[in-house]
Design a protein around this ligand. Sequence first.
Ligand code: PEP
Ligand code: MN
Length: 304
Amino acid sequence: MTGKVGTNTESRKVACAASVAGSIGRTPEHLLSSREHKSVGTVVDIGGVPVGNTELAVMAGPCAVESAEQILRIAREVKASGANILRGGAFKPRTSPYDFQGLGKAGLEYLRAASSDTGLPVITEVIDPHHIELVVKYADCLQIGARNMHNYSLLREAGRSPRPVLLKRGLSASYKEFLLAAEYVMAEGNNQVILCERGIRGLSNELRFTLDLNAVPYLKDRTHLPVIVDPSHGTGNARLVPAMSRAAIACGADGIIVETHYSPKDSISDAIQTISTAELIQLIRELAALAKVVGRRIPLPLVK
Ligand code: PEP
Ligand code: MN
């Protein structure tokens, strides 16, 4: 076998799986995610919302689904703000095993109900390959979190699922490692992958993470996959979220994923970095104006 990408699907899959294992020395230019492999930008469809075209994706919602009422109220406020995708974790990868781990299946049900009520497609995190079959029944997009970027069995299983995958950069992953993690998903046949820069460990003791916006133009240049930014985890501080969201759009991101709650201080997880839904409305107005400058678009809801 040579390093060339095969023409039929089967041989391509074998070639790709082998290349990920390093057995045929596939060079970075031959990765399935690379611009050399596919020059035209990929548009990923999340429940009917395209990510990666002119219109920007704004994914918003709480860090965690906490109750049916909480997610429904947030979903309605998110919808009214002009955001087009609802986020919310049902399975939470918490740093401490003693912290709230998410509502699991009940959380997925509440999320789906909020989606049906508002018409917003939903993205939620998967932390275990055995959960994918369940999560696929409720979610329009699977999120693979920073802590699981190196979880190869999870990446492979997501690659075999029928849902698009939002892959977050590991806390200290290089761009190469990030792209190769995406390759694990794509090598299984799922090319609906979105990359998300969510901040890395830096030198700052003041902030939770350092948002590496170099990643956006770098990855957009190297790959045809959409690239979005998470200014909530990227800063760990709600006061910085609007500025870094604007910076993300200015440097070419295809969208943002942001944590929001009607009463941020009452969030069970990630309260400090969560903006209020009132702030989200203001932020989206600013982003819509900025989008025009960079040739993108955010359609704003009509003010009643
Ligand atoms: C999250 O989105 O709530 C989350 C846990 O993100 P990350 O994996 O980027 O820390
Ligand atoms: Mn969070």
